[in-house]
Design a protein around this ligand. Structure first.
Ligand SMILES: [Zn+2]
Length: 437
């Protein structure tokens, strides 16, 4: 045990120092290979047989290894994470984002929470299990994949379409974004497990009109039409829907704080959540947020087209309703081009959930587990297409005042060393437990 706990911080720093910025160009060369090779080497060193595979694009490395379980007839548990990170501008940071510096009890750098800290935990525990000769009750599949930050077209999504054999028999998975603690009321801790995530609709909107000299009268201006449609969308409020994970989360907080939860007014309960309210608030309804707007090429020319990008997120099961509502708000003059991926949702029960609670309880007595819905997306969207049930569970005990959710893709991203070491202990218990599984 001591070894994995000792290794995790070094692994996190090493992985952060390998710059795996995902430039979002699906066809372009990748940055993940050196990180994938690092992981492959650490796994091979302790005796794993490792599969290294790249999508068609060079450098988009993915690493998969399996630890055989005692009972091959039981579904395998997939433990996965992504190697890529979003860009970081060193000028904005207190430390260099790819330094992996250890300071003030934290490991700093891009990917510390999303999600090289987790990869370091998964890697350290995978090595420990192998070194100890553990035969888990069911197969464990460890996957370290490319390209999550751009939709997984060279990572999870590519793998399930081209190499589903690597995930043969997997029925459940754990990965980001969950298992982190939040401190409620007078110091009690809850660990949030992701059981659902919203679907994604990335929309390209186009308005067309009549081009001409800016000095003339115009009643068919593409820029003005699109601006008006975007303004309508920005003012539109999608219906409030209280889904199971959000209700269970708010009920759990109500029990912990003693402040009753009124199911007819979930927004009041969300407003009491502090840092978490922006995330949980976004899971009460669909959202559609404009992120890009491009039009025109000269100050005295009305262009014939204007384009905008909207980041749409719908509650699981709301895909068709969202599309219809959006079309009604935008109107028939705005052309829409969709890329969408449905949401993910499972129930908060079963032997794996019981084993998570037991593992957390052993390391943090009195803490409780609560389900929640992620407003964003992860590789779970790809793996669910193989029928794999997803839980965001990457255990991390956090200081009460840390605004954890804003560290994702944020400036000065960092992860507490104590949290990582705690996570290794919990994960090790979980993956060894005969009941897990
Ligand atoms: Zn991530």
């Amino acid at each position: 045990m001591t070894d994995a706990v000792d290794e995790v911080v070094g692994f996190a720093g090493d992985l952060i120092r390998i710059d795996t910025t995902n430039a979002s160009d699906s066809g372009g060369p990748g940055t993940e290979r050196p990180a994938a090779e690092y992981v492959a080497e650490k796994l091979t060193e302790v005796g794993y047989e490792v599969t290294y595979v790249e999508s068609g694009a060079p450098g988009r490395g993915n690493v998969i290894a399996r630890l055989a379980g005692a009972d091959p007839s039981r579904g395998a548990l997939l433990v996965h994470g992504h190697l890529d990170v979003v860009p970081a501008d060193p000028a904005e940071w207190s430390v260099h984002p790819f330094s992996g510096e250890v300071r003030d009890g934290f490991v700093w750098g891009r990917g510390a929470v999303d999600m090289k800290g987790t990869l370091a935990m998964n890697l350290a525990v995978a090595r420990q299990l192998r070194r100890d000769g553990v035969v888990p009750s069911r197969d464990l599949i460890f996957a370290f994949v490319a390209d999550e930050e751009a939709g997984g077209f060279n990572g999870a999504r590519w793998l399930i379409e081209n190499r589903p054999d690597l995930f043969e028999g997997a029925t459940e998975a754990i990965s980001e974004v969950g298992g982190f603690s939040v401190t409620v009321g007078d110091g009690a801790r809850a660990y949030l497990v992701e059981t659902a995530e919203k679907g994604v609709a990335w929309l390209r909107l186009t308005a067309r009109g009549t081009a001409g000299h800016g000095s003339l009268l115009h009643d068919d201006n593409a820029v003005a039409k699109l601006a008006a449609a975007i303004t309508r969308l920005d003012r539109h409020t999608f219906p409030l829907i209280l889904t199971d994970p959000v209700r269970e989360l708010l009920e759990g907080f109500a029990e912990m704080t003693g402040v009753p939860f009124d199911p007819d007014d979930p927004e009041a309960a969300v407003a009491r959540l502090g840092h978490l309210s922006r995330l949980v608030g976004a899971t009460l309804r669909d959202t559609a947020t404009v992120t890009m707007f491009e039009a025109g090429y000269k100050g005295n020319v009305v262009p014939s087209t204007a384009r905008a990008t909207v980041d749409g997120r719908m509650l699981p099961g709301r895909e068709a309703a969202f599309e219809a509502e959006l079309a009604a708000v935008l109107g028939s003059e705005i052309e829409q081009n969709y890329l969408h991926m449905p949401g993910v949702s499972t129930t908060f029960d079963g032997s794996l959930v019981d084993a998570m609670a037991a593992a957390i309880g052993a390391e943090d007595p009195g803490a409780r587990l609560l389900p929640y819905m992620l407003s964003a997306g992860t590789d779970a969207k790809s793996f669910q297409r193989l029928g794999i049930r997803h839980f965001g569970f990457s255990p991390l005990r956090l200081p009460p005042d840390l605004d954890f959710t804003s560290l994702f893709h944020g400036v000065d991203e960092r992860v507490p060393i104590d949290g990582l070491r705690f996570g290794v202990r919990v994960l090790d218990r979980l993956l060894r437990a005969p009941s897990t599984l």
